[in-house]
Design a protein around this ligand. Structure first.
Ligand SMILES: Cc1cc2nc3c(=O)[nH]c(=O)nc-3n(C[C@H](O)[C@H](O)[C@H](O)COP(=O)(O)OP(=O)(O)OC[C@H]3O[C@@H](n4cnc5c(N)ncnc54)[C@H](O)[C@@H]3O)c2cc1C
Length: 609
C-alpha cells in the first residue's frame, strides 16, 4: 500500500475501472487508518459530496467539498474505526457512467466499522480518477446481530416436532396477542412503510407491533378508488425480502398490492393489529418508554409501553379541507378524494373536481369514464408528465442492475446532486411530453416544471404534491371531454354548483375535494401534543442540512421515529431505521439524538452545474 497522497494514476483508460476503484479504496483506508486530513482531502474533488448513512455519524448526514469531507471523516473515524474498504464481491462491477451530467467511474464497495459492516458507493471523476466526486457509506448490519435469513435462518427448534408442546401457529398467535409483554417498537400504520420496517426489525430480533386503523392489512390500497393502478414499474416497487412474483403486470392494480400486503404480513410473521388506531401518546422520559393509547374498532383502549414509537401513517395526516367561499350553501354532495370510491355512482350527473394533482385527475377521469359530466378546477400550477416514458426516467439508476445495487446508487445522492439529476431528467420529460403540455396550456392549464426545473420528484420531496402522472386525463382535458376551470374564475359556491365571476353557474351534483392532506406536524400535535410537535419540528421536506426533515433517523423527541414514502424509500431506509433501533437496544447507540450544529448545507456553495 502507498500513502494516499503518493498515488499516481496512469492515464484514464490505461487501467481498468476495477483497478482504479480498488486503488482509491486502498488510499481511503490508508487515509482513515492514519487519520490524516491531508490524505483524505486529496482523495476528493474540490467539489465533491459524501452521504453517510449511519456508518460514521449514526445519522443520515451529507457533506460537501473535499476539505469539509476530510475534516468530518477524520474526526468521526476516531469512533467509527472504518476499515477494510474493498470492491464488494458479487455486486455490479465498477463501470463508467454519467451521473449528474458528469462522467464517473462508479463502484460498490464493502467495509466494516467498530460495530458493524456496510456497503458504499464511490463515484470517481473519470477525468481525474484519483479523486472522488461522490461517496456514500451505509451501515447495513451490526456485528453479532446479523439478519436471521438464508444460512442464518431460525432453526425452528422452538416449535418443530415439539411433541406435547405448542406448535408454530400457537406460538404466532401468542406472540401477536401481547398479553404477557410489551412491544419494543410500536409502529402506527401498516402500509408499505410500516410493513417494511416491521419485517426488517423482525429479522434482527426486535419485537415490533404494527397497528393500523383499517380493518384488513392492505386496506390502505384496497380502499382507494376503483381504477387505481400503481405509477411505478413493478420491478422497482418490491418490499424487502419478498419481491412480487415475476409474472405480475408492469403496473399493479391496487387490489393486487393490497392482497400482497396481507400475504407479506403473514409470511414475514409480522405482529399486526388491524382495526386499531393510535389515538394518543406521551413519553415517560424517566422510564424510557411511551404510554401509547391504541383503540380498536369497538372502542376498547389499551395503553402500550413501547420504547420506540414509529409514525408510519402515510406522512400526511387528515384530509385537507380548504375554506372555500359558499361551500356550505352547496346542496349536492361534497367529498374528499379519500372518500371517493367509484364514478359509477355518478352516472348522468355533473361533478366538479377541485385540484389538479394525481388524485384529482384520476377521480375526474373515473367520473368521466362512468358518464358523469366532469370539470376539473385548477388551484395552483401543476407538473404533468407521462408515466411512460417520462416518470420512468427517475428509475433509470436501476436499469440493468440488481434492485439492491440500484438502491445503493439511488441513496448515494445528496441534495445538490438530486436536484441536478432531476433538472436533467425533467428537461427530457418536458421534451417527451411537449405535445401534451402545449395542448394543456392552450386549454388554459397552468403548467410548471417544478422549482428550478427540477420537476415532480422535487415536488415530492418538498411537499408530496403538485404534479400529475398522466394516466389519460390530460388528453380528455385537451379534447374538452373533461372541462377545465381556474379556481380564481369562481366567485363562490352556490346551491347548484359554482358561481363564476362572469355571472354564469357551473352546475354540479358532486364536488370532490382533491385538496391533499394536512402535514404530519398537525398529526403529531393531535396525537402527542404541541410540545412534542414543536420539539420535533417539520417532518419530510428538505431540512437545513439538505436531508429530509426527521425522516429515518433519531428525532429531537427521544424514541420517536418517522418512516414513509415510496416503495424504494421504504425498502432502502427500513434497514437503516432498524439498525439504529437495534443499536439503541443493544447499548451501542444513545437513544437521545445529539444536538446538531446549526450550519446548513447551503452555507457551503453548491457548485454542481
Ligand atoms: C395513484 C397512485 C399511484 C401510486 N403509485 C406508486 C408507486 O407505483 N410506487 C410508489 O412507491 N408509490 C406510489 N404511490 C404513492 C404511495 O401511495 C405512497 O407513497 C404510499 O402509500 C406511502 O406509503 P406509507 O406506508 O408511507 O403510507 P400509507 O400507504 O398511506 O399507509 C399509512 C397507513 O397508516 C394508517 N394509519 C394512519 N394513521 C394511523 C393511526 N393513528 N393509527 C393507526 N394506523 C394509522 C393508515 O390506515 C394506513 O394504512 C402512488 C400513489 C397514488 C395515489
Amino acid at each position: 500500500m502507498v500513502a494516499a497522497n503518493e498515488l499516481v494514476l496512469e492515464k484514464p483508460g490505461m487501467q481498468s475501472e476495477e483497478a482504479l476503484v480498488e486503488q482509491w479504496l486502498e488510499q481511503l483506508d490508508v487515509a482513515l487508518q492514519s487519520e490524516s486530513h491531508a490524505s483524505a482531502a486529496s482523495l476528493f474533488a474540490p467539489e465533491s459530496h459524501w452521504r453517510d448513512l449511519l456508518a460514521f455519524t449514526w445519522s443520515i448526514t451529507p457533506y460537501q467539498g473535499a476539505e469539509n469531507i476530510a475534516a468530518a471523516m477524520v474526526t468521526k473515524q476516531g469512533t467509527a474505526k472504518a476499515r477494510g474498504f474493498a470492491i464488494a464481491a458479487g455486486r455490479t462491477p465498477p463501470r463508467r457512467i454519467q451521473r449528474a451530467g458528469i462522467e464517473v467511474i462508479e463502484g460498490i464497495f464493502e467495509f466494516e466499522t467498530a460495530v458493524g459492516r456496510g456497503f458504499g458507493v464511490v463515484r470517481l471523476l473519470a477525468a481525474e480518477p484519483s479523486r472522488a466526486f461522490q461517496l456514500m457509506t451505509g451501515l447495513h448490519e451490526l456485528k453479532g446481530f446479523e439478519e436471521k435469513i438464508g444460512k442464518r435462518r431460525p432453526t425452528g427448534a422452538a416449535f418443530s416436532r415439539n411433541f406435547g408442546g405448542t406448535n408454530w401457529r400457537e406460538q404466532r398467535l401468542a406472540a401477536q396477542a401481547y398479553t404477557d409483554r410489551e412491544p419494543v417498537v410500536l409502529i402506527a400504520g401498516g402500509g408499505q412503510a410500516g410493513l417494511s420496517l416491521a419485517a426488517t426489525l423482525g429479522r434482527i430480533g426486535v419485537d415490533a407491533l404494527v397497528v393500523d386503523r383499517f380493518e384488513r392489512v392492505g386496506d390502505c390500497w384496497r380502499q382507494r378508488y376503483h381504477s387505481l393502478a400503481l405509477h411505478n414499474d413493478t420491478s422497482f416497487n418490491h418490499l424487502p425480502y419478498m419481491p412480487f412474483p415475476p409474472s405480475w403486470p408492469t403496473y399493479l392494480p391496487k387490489d393486487m398490492v393490497a392482497d400482497w400486503f396481507e400475504a407479506y404480513a403473514w409470511a414475514m410473521e409480522i405482529n399486526f393489529w388491524t382495526s386499531t388506531e393510535l389515538v394518543s401518546g406521551s413519553y415517560d422520559a424517566a422510564a424510557g418508554r411511551w404510554n401509547a393509547v391504541v383503540r380498536n374498532a369497538n372502542g376498547t383502549e389499551r395503553t402500550l409501553h413501547p420504547k420506540h414509537l414509529v409514525f408510519a401513517n402515510g406522512l400526511v395526516g387528515f384530509p385537507h379541507i380548504p375554506q372555500m367561499p359558499g361551500l356550505k350553501d352547496f346542496k349536492g354532495e361534497v367529498m374528499h378524494t379519500t372518500e371517493f370510491t367509484n364514478g359509477a355512482n355518478w352516472r348522468g350527473k355533473k361533478a366538479l373536481v377541485i385540484g389538479t394533482g394525481t388524485s384529482g385527475h384520476d377521480v375526474a377521469q373515473d367520473l368521466h369514464a362512468n358518464g358523469c359530466e366532469t370539470t376539473i378546477v385548477q388551484r395552483g400550477s401543476t407538473m404533468v408528465l407521462s408515466i411512460d416514458p417520462s416518470a420512468k426516467l427517475v428509475y433509470g439508476v436501476y436499469n440493468g442492475v440488481p434492485l439492491e445495487d440500484g438502491d445503493l446508487f439511488a441513496s448515494t445522492n445528496t441534495k445538490p446532486i438530486v436536484k441536478k439529476n432531476l433538472q436533467l431528467l425533467t428537461a427530457r420529460m418536458v421534451e417527451n411530453d411537449k405535445k401534451t403540455i402545449d395542448g394543456l396550456i392552450a386549454r388554459g392549464f397552468k403548467f410548471d416544471a417544478g422549482e428550478d426545473g427540477a420537476g415532480h420528484q422535487w415536488k415530492v420531496r418538498m411537499r408530496y404534491g403538485g404534479y400529475y402522472l398522466d394516466a389519460g386525463c390530460a388528453k380528455l382535458i385537451i379534447d374538452g371531454e373533461v372541462g377545465l376551470l381556474q379556481f380564481d374564475q369562481i366567485e363562490r359556491f352556490v346551491e347548484g354548483g359554482a358561481l363564476l365571476k362572469n355571472g354564469s353557474v357551473e352546475p354540479a351534483d358532486l364536488i370532490v375535494l382533491a385538496t391533499g392532506f394536512v402535514p404530519q406536524e398537525v398529526v403529531v400535535t393531535k396525537l402527542l401534543g404541541e410540545a412534542v410537535a414543536k420539539k420535533v419540528g417539520p417532518v419530510w421536506g428538505f431540512g437545513a442540512d439538505g436531508e429530509m426533515n426527521n425522516m429515518w433517523k433519531r428525532t429531537a423527541q427521544e424514541g420517536l421515529w418517522f418512516v414513509g414514502g415510496s416503495f424504494a424509500n421504504c425498502r432502502t431506509y427500513s434497514r437503516y431505521v432498524a439498525v439504529q433501533i437495534k443499536a439503541i437496544e443493544e447499548g451501542l447507540l444513545s437513544k437521545r439524538k445529539p444536538v446538531e450544529s446549526k450550519k446548513s448545507v447551503d452555507d457551503v456553495p453548491a457548485t454542481v452545474q
